[in-house]
Design a protein around this ligand. Structure first.
Ligand code: AKG
Length: 274
């Protein structure tokens, strides 16, 4: 990234847009995802938390050198891909994301954690692009409450318990193959898709190798650049085919730990707030 982009990340908590993939690469990843989705109806429920362990296209994406070049500018040279996800809003999809900070249920030791949001379709105001409140990454961890709304795309419907000044919100508009980066403490969310154009974004959560899981639950990550001198995370295997049996066994083991971790941190936060 340019010095100005790094400065923007430090001051505002995000950078957007960065051209990482060519439009052809983005189309190729999207086609591979769509083909798998068509043949495997339970694709996302089987691979919700770390889809990069289940699908080879996803595992290739987390290692993309241009994404890692940008991430290295904010995290330094030793980088682990820790968690991944997909946020798919079909045309006229009512799905939205409440205002939140990512760090809330993650249990990580410090905020050297950045999300690369990779656009595989256009992502614009009309189809519900990500929106951020610049500068809120410096506020520290804020309280959140879990909410129930069937259209909220977050697993716990977590909503930050402070008044969000929406007049300050910035749209992170992207073209296919462009990415944005956002800090783990930045308040962000997104609106429903009010258009006839699908909005598909892939999230990759990268951590610097010195970051630890503090919750006491087992956790894993994939070294994607540099050296892991710390060994704080179990080393994830790399799938050689979609739903590679030994990798699926690894996933099934770790996913239970991750669910328990989220429950434990949410319960702790609730009792601290009551
Ligand atoms: O894609 C969206 O609309 C929201 C994504 C998000 O909340 C995240 O990346 O943490």
């Amino acid at each position: 990234m340019s010095n100005k982009q790094v400065e923007q990340y430090n001051n505002d908590g995000y950078v957007c847009p960065i051209r990482a993939l060519t439009p052809e690469e983005a189309e190729n990843f999207r086609n591979r995802m769509d083909a798998l989705e068509a043949s495997e109806p339970d694709l996302w429920s089987r691979s919700k938390i770390k889809p990069h362990l289940m699908m080879t296209w996803f595992n290739e994406l987390i290692r993309h050198p241009k994404i890692l070049d940008a991430v290295e500018d904010v995290l330094g040279p030793d980088i682990l891909a820790w968690a991944t996800g997909h946020f798919d809003k079909k045309p006229r999809d009512p799905g939205f994301v409440s205002w939140h900070q990512d760090a809330t249920y993650w249990g990580l030791s410090e905020p050297s954690v950045v999300t690369a949001w990779v656009a595989l379709t256009p992502s614009r105001h009309e189809n519900g692009c990500m929106r951020v409140i610049p500068g809120t990454h410096t506020t520290g961890q804020l309280p959140h409450k879990d909410t129930v709304n069937q259209h909220n795309l977050l697993s716990r419907g977590q909503d930050v318990e402070v008044q969000v000044d929406e007049a300050r919100a910035v749209d992170l508009e992207l073209q296919p193959g462009e990415i944005s980066l956002h800090h783990t403490m930045l308040i962000h969310g997104s609106e429903p898709n009010h258009s006839d154009t699908r909005r598909l974004g892939i999230t990759i959560r990268y951590v610097a190798a010195h970051v630890r899981q503090t919750s006491g639950f087992k956790d894993s990550a994939t070294l994607v650049r540099g050296i892991d001198r710390y060994g704080h995370f179990l080393t994830e295997p790399q799938p050689t085919q979609d739903f590679d049996p030994p990798v699926v066994a690894f996933y099934n083991d770790i996913v239970g730990e991750i669910r328990s971790r989220k429950e434990a941190i949410a319960a702790q936060a609730k009792s601290a707030g009551s």
